[in-house]
Design a protein around this ligand. Structure first.
Ligand SMILES: Nc1ncnc2c1ncn2[C@@H]1O[C@H](COP(=O)(O)OP(=O)(O)OP(=O)(O)O)[C@@H](O)[C@H]1O
Ligand SMILES: [Mg+2]
Length: 257
């Protein structure tokens, strides 16, 4: 079983020491699911402790997005269980997941191109629309993380650069004030320097208390990880932590076979 760290999860390089993480926020046990009659996940088991960043690493078709879709309630679980924050989340729909604090930023940075940056963020706060102070508070927090979005708040999202659209997609996810933020392939199609920026902001978001699952093909994501879970053909084949995360050669061997 791929189990998250049980001791202190102190991160280096993020500028700030993390508190000891002990509580299990997410527990996935023998998760099986797929599309129609096609099985894709063949029994996935792992835990995420509160405050951790876990990277789900794998090549095309490994089942990373499918795992994420199960966690955020967008895909029905065939078998196994998902426990979130002490509750049985196995059969939750997306609405229940968002309400409980699970938010997924989908692959392909799907922003609303004909809405402004600010309107896109408003959509992200929809679940909290009855709370008058929520939107401005969260929006300002998002602009703190991503000052470029603040500068471009009136700009149509479709005219943002790829990197800025990815920032907006993450920002929109943050508007629901998630406990667990799942980001699907944030680095895809972005220049290395922009990827670095995005990962460094994700590290900051995590240091501020949001637990993160990064779905990635980019090995560089391991730099911000407490735990790396390598997926192949719908199963978790390796669990990386400590020095394995810092040793790219070893990681590459495992990842590339
Ligand atoms: N909507 C769907 N209908 C049928 N099969 C699907 C569907 N979505 C994904 N699959 C299949 O499920 C398997 C796992 O796909 P998944 O998208 O989870 O992989 P992934 O690890 O996210 O890959 P990538 O890095 O390319 O995004 C693949 O074989 C894929 O063809
Ligand atoms: Mg995917």
């Amino acid at each position: 079983m791929a189990q998250a760290a049980t001791g202190s999860a102190t991160k280096t390089g993020g500028g700030r020491a993390k508190k000891t993480a002990a509580k299990t926020l997410l527990r996935v046990t023998d998760l099986r699911s797929g599309y129609g009659a096609l099985p894709v996940l063949h029994g996935i088991t792992f835990e995420v402790l509160e405050g951790q960043t876990v990277v789900l690493l794998g090549l095309n078709g490994a089942g990373k997005t499918t795992t994420g879709l199960n966690l955020c309630g967008a895909l029905r679980t065939w078998n196994g269980t998902i426990e979130f924050d002490g509750q049985d989340a196995t059969s939750w729909n997306t609405h229940q997941c968002v309400g409980a604090g699970i938010v997924m930023v989908p692959e392909g940075r799907r922003v609303f191109p004909d809405l402004t940056v600010e309107k896109n963020l408003e959509v992200g706060a929809w679940s909290q629309r009855t709370d008058a102070g929520w939107f401005t508070q969260q929006r300002d927090q998002v602009f703190d993380y991503f000052p470029r979005l603040g500068e471009r708040r009136e700009q149509m999202a479709g005219t943002l650069s790829g990197g800025e659209q990815q920032m907006l997609a993450i920002g929109r996810g943050l508007m629901a004030r998630p406990k667990l933020l799942i980001i699907d392939e944030a680095s895809l199609g972005l220049a290395p320097v922009i990827v670095k920026d995005v990962f460094s902001i994700v590290r900051q978001i995590n240091a501020d208390g949001t637990t993160v699952i990064l779905i990635e093909q980019n090995i560089g994501a391991l730099e911000v990880a407490d735990v790396g879970l390598v997926m192949e053909q719908g199963t978790i084949v390796s669990e990386l932590r400590g020095k394995d995360l810092k040793n790219p050669a070893e990681v590459r061997k495992i990842f590339l076979g």
